[in-house]
Design a protein around this ligand. Structure first.
Ligand code: ADP
Length: 539
């Protein structure tokens, strides 16, 4: 009979992360770019002080354990304080994606039953449009001081600074069960209404701890991390928690996520690690190339959310000496689930091989297991070529959606809707999303692989591929290209180039040149919008 271990059973709590950060790394810096005014600078100890004040303010307004607090906000210091105050109090921090359609935003705020919504001044017009439709929201709080808080017709707006001003900086965080819901994030809802994922304290603490590991984000008190990934996109991949655990300097970029502003912040704040989706790195590298700049401090960039094109990996690593780490995760996985980073042996390989390794989505981090299955649910071999649906399970994977009656699992595993291969070493590669893969003549074409190939053309800044109905082949690929500023290329030249990169039958039937691609709030290309506008029928 197994014996019970005789150790303390202290719960894993988000308040514990905050108090660890304040007590052990209290003078570490948090730098935040705000919607108004100059850069804001303070320390972990200051943030904890104000988070406790916010916890008192929320309690005074009658919010209780289990209450939900929404946010429509950029990455900034007040949003960070709310992350800890709300969850630490046993309430649910519901981060909203401001780019959701207003109807969906209303849906998620009502579904989550938010009682207070924190918002950035720049989202005042959005609040004006939705407030009347959110009857449970008792207070709309602008993340600003009185001067920078706008008045909104028909909405009574509080300002954050007045809300916390008179509050005590002492607060006794409740000793919660670690399974308590701490944060809520909704999937983007490309089909049907968005679905909520309610993260527990345990899931977040474990994922944030893993994120610090050397081969994941590699955080420590010697590093400065800038999460470009928004705090409404899967908990900013748990970086706001991980930074405090590790004692790393934290730089929050606020609303300005374009190349020039990001580069300036990285340079002046001596950022060593950053994280975000590929579209962000495309904007950044264009700025760096056009202005002949160098990264003085950046050691690595951690990319995920969609596939990082190989050409971009090569640029960062070879031209700028910035290591690329490529991870995979989804709203349902709290943050990172797999990560691709180079081993010592990998670093001895030729550059092109290193890029190819990083272009895959990597190995499951500890705490996570992955497998691929065929349409009958049978596990496929780990041979790097058998592709099927990626299944995941682990300590920070969703079990069921918020308010759902039924489990989301199939035999204990979460079906991701991604198609992947896993090789004998455990390295996973996403081939496509089930809904994006192009089915042609009974075979599959990976839209990711085609986009990757197109991005290898020197004139191409961004590429996207969708499947378009075809009378004979079922579907055929249609390629969208955005050229780099000042560059152009003929349609035939792109097709000829692709013919040298992929199988003949993969070469798209047509190319559409656009000035930009539709990109959502999390920085991903919205293929549904492309399908709506261009998904007719090839003849
Ligand atoms: P959304 O549906 O808004 O994209 P998520 O952020 O949850 O919501 O997206 C998760 C999906 O993003 C994954 O299922 C996968 O298809 C895709 N994804 C995430 N990381 C990668 C990656 N590194 N490479 C390719 N696809 C990725």
């Amino acid at each position: 009979m197994p014996q019970t271990g005789l150790m303390m059973n202290r719960p894993l709590l988000i308040s514990g992360i905050l108090e660890h950060g304040a007590a052990q790394h209290g003078d570490q810096e948090i730098v935040s770019r705000e919607t108004h005014g100059p850069l804001h600078r303070y320390t972990y100890a200051d943030a904890a002080h104000r988070a406790r004040q916010l916890a008192n303010a929320l309690a005074q307004r009658g919010l209780q354990a289990g209450s939900a607090v929404g946010s429509i906000a950029w990455n900034n210091h007040r949003h960070l304080e709310a992350y800890f105050a709300v969850s630490g109090s046993g309430m649910v921090m519901h981060t909203c994606n401001p780019r959701l359609h207003p109807q969906q935003l209303i849906y998620v705020i009502n579904h989550a039953e938010d009682e207070v919504v924190l918002f950035d001044a720049s989202f005042a017009p959005l609040v004006k449009g939705i407030a009347a439709h959110c009857p449970k929201v008792r207070a709309w709080v602008c993340l600003a001081d009185a001067t920078n808080t706008p008045t909104i017709d028909g909405v009574s707006v509080l300002n954050y600074e007045d809300l916390i001003a008179q509050q005590s900086p002492a607060f006794v965080w409740p000793d919660l069960d670690e399974a308590t819901g701490a944060a809520l994030c909704y999937t983007s809802g490309t089909t049907g209404n968005p679905k909520g994922v309610l993260y527990s304290h345990r899931a977040i603490v474990l994922d944030a701890t893993t994120a610090c590991m050397p081969d994941v984000l590699g955080l420590s008190k010697q590093e400065t991390i800038l999460p470009v990934v928004p705090m409404f996109h899967v908990n900013a991949w748990c970086i706001p928690y991980a930074a405090l655990l590790a004692g790393a300097k934290l730089v929050l970029p606020g609303p300005k996520l374009d190349g020039p502003n990001l580069f300036e912040l990285m340079d002046t704040e001596q950022v060593t690690i950053s994280a975000g989706v590929p579209t962000i790195w495309i904007g950044l590298i264009q700025h760096v190339e056009q202005n002949n700049l160098r990264f003085a401090h950046m050691k690595r960039t951690c990319v995920g959310g969609s596939a990082m094109p190989m050409a971009l990996i090569a640029k960062f690593m070879d031209n700028y000496g910035v290591e690329v780490r490529h991870g995979w995760g989804m709203t349902e996985t709290t943050a990172v689930a797999t990560m691709s980073s180079l081993s010592r042996a990998d670093r001895q390989k030729p550059a092109a091989e290193q890029h190819a390794i990083v272009a895959k989505q990597g190995k499951a981090v500890s705490g996570i297991e992955i497998k691929v299955v065929d349409e009958n649910g049978l596990t496929l071999p780990r041979d790097g070529s058998s592709q099927g649906e990626l299944m995941v399970r682990g300590q920070w994977i969703v079990e069921r959606y918020f308010k759902a009656e039924e489990t989301a699992l199939v035999n204990g595993w979460f079906p991701t809707g991604d198609i992947a291969t896993i090789d004998a070493h455990g390295t996973m590669q996403i081939r496509d999303r089930t809904k994006d893969v192009i089915k042609t003549g009974g075979e599959w074409i990976s839209s990711i692989d085609l986009e990757n190939a197109a991005m290898g053309h020197p004139a191409v800044a961004m590429a996207a591929v969708i499947g378009v109905k075809h009378p004979k082949w079922d579907e055929r690929p249609l390629l969208f290209i955005v050229c780099k500023p000042g560059e152009s290329v003929e349609k035939q030249a792109i097709l000829d180039f692709l013919a040298t990169q992929v199988a003949k039958w993969w070469v798209p039937d047509d190319v559409v040149f656009l000035a930009s691609l539709p990109v959502g709030g999390t920085g991903k290309v919205q293929k549904n919008d492309l399908r709506k506008d261009y998904g007719g029928v090839f003849s």
